[in-house]
Design a protein around this ligand. Structure first.
Ligand SMILES: [Zn+2]
Length: 405
């Protein structure tokens, strides 16, 4: 037969490739073979009926932590991939030079999900909750570059978390070293911001076009808006120059107040990522489709939201022809979503509520043209205690999985 699988009758949303509307998607082996109206059902042995659902490229999550059972933050990617539509995962800094080879061997290579990484400038990565930059002996530029050079198939850049807890008085020096490593390897850095010191202007000095500023809609004192909700001039300048503004919602890094100010002023984030980890997976972040639904509530369109979690992050990773797209020839990563309609209350990390009417819910995820099996998620790590807020979200059935099919 001409194809192996056809997804029929769905509403395709792939703004990166220019597809929208009722289209069929045909897969041959592990690649997208065709996207067209009315591909005959008898052209493949298996047909998935996607009537009433949205069909998107497999989502690309630019900020995740999946060094499970080794680091404080790590979650197991595969069970989440199967129920969220996220097929490509960028782990950002969970590993450093001393533990990246374990990440490669035990996480990235065995996983069904596509896993890439940024190497932490700290040789110990995110083994512990924080403090990884407090000892400058751990910020070893030479070793960082050596590991990157040996693992360029998986390592796409350098990660550095700059806030008061990670740096513990070392100031901007860890970022200076991350910059030096990235320049030497000719790769971008992703810089995390939150609560200083250092200050945001000190961080911005080191950001270059192609770099990523993550937690860009933080409510912390390094936030990108002034007290009146206006975008800071220095931030506008680097954004215009090509620094990528990435959400990285996580457990402490997304404020509806900042987001509302930005969206109202016409600024949409470049990338919506989850920062999924042990402390955010049980709410109020939950998963990437929930993050995307928050931006629908804030007024972004569905195509814009999908773009920020498919084509754009794929381009940031230099993989725009392979993932995050349904263009024929691309890897056959596809996600199906139902849109639940109703009255939903979303929460930011401060548990500020925000009303929405739509919730994206993943129903099927294909990777390399194969359906990922839905399996139970791992329980929280032994060192994780759910907060009162998280417990109340779960008790009050505020998890996305409680709303849907
Ligand atoms: Zn993170």
């Amino acid at each position: 037969m001409q194809f192996d699988l056809i997804i029929k009758g769905g509403e395709v949303v792939d703004p990166g490739a220019g597809y929208s509307g009722r289209l069929d998607v045909a897969i041959k082996r592990n690649r997208i073979a065709a996207v067209d109206r009315n591909i005959p059902a008898d052209a493949a042995p298996r047909v998935i009926d996607a009537t009433g659902q949205y069909v998107t490229p497999g989502l690309v999550d630019l900020h995740t932590h999946v060094y499970h059972n080794v680091t404080f933050w790590g979650v197991s990617a595969d069970p989440i991939a199967a129920r969220s539509g996220v097929t490509t995962w960028l782990d950002v800094g969970s590993s450093g030079a001393f533990n990246f080879l374990g990440f490669r061997q035990f996480i990235a290579e065995p996983a069904a999900a596509r896993i890439y990484a940024l190497l932490n400038i700290s040789t110990i990565g995110l083994t512990a909750q924080t403090g990884e930059l407090a000892n400058l002996d751990y910020c070893d530029v030479d070793l960082c570059c050596k590991l990157i050079d040996l693992n360029r198939d998986l390592l796409l850049g350098v990660k550095v978390r700059i806030d008061k807890n990670t740096t513990r008085g070392q100031g901007i020096e860890p970022l200076r070293r991350a910059r030096a490593a990235a320049d030497r390897c000719e790769l971008p850095i992703m810089t995390h911001i939150g609560y200083g010191p250092p200050t945001l202007p000190e961080v911005l000095e080191f950001m270059r076009p192609g770099d990523i500023l993550t937690h860009c809609f933080t409510g912390g004192d390094m936030r990108i808006v002034d007290d009146n909700g206006r975008l800071l001039e220095d931030v506008k300048r680097i954004w215009d120059a090509g620094v990528v503004m990435d959400i990285g919602h996580g457990g402490g890094s997304f404020s509806f107040k900042t987001a509302q100010a930005m969206i109202d002023a016409g600024y949409q984030p470049d990338v919506i990522s989850s920062d999924i980890h042990q402390a955010s997976i049980n709410g109020p972040m939950f998963d990437l489709p929930t993050c995307l639904s928050k931006f629908l509530a804030l007024g972004m369109s569905l195509p814009d939201v999908i773009y920020t979690a498919t084509a754009r992050p794929a381009a940031v990773m230099g993989m725009q022809n392979e993932v995050g797209t349904l263009k024929p020839g691309a890897l056959a990563d596809v996600a199906l979503f139902k849109m639940a309609e109703g009255d939903f209350t979303f929460y930011d990390v401060f548990m500020n509520p925000y009303k929405g009417t739509q919730l994206l819910h993943n129903t099927l995820t294909l990777l390399n043209g194969r359906e990922l099996p839905r399996v139970p998620s791992e329980p929280p790590a032994p060192w994780i205690e759910l907060s009162q807020a998280q417990q109340s979200l779960i008790q009050n059935r505020q998890r996305p999985s409680d709303y849907c099919c």
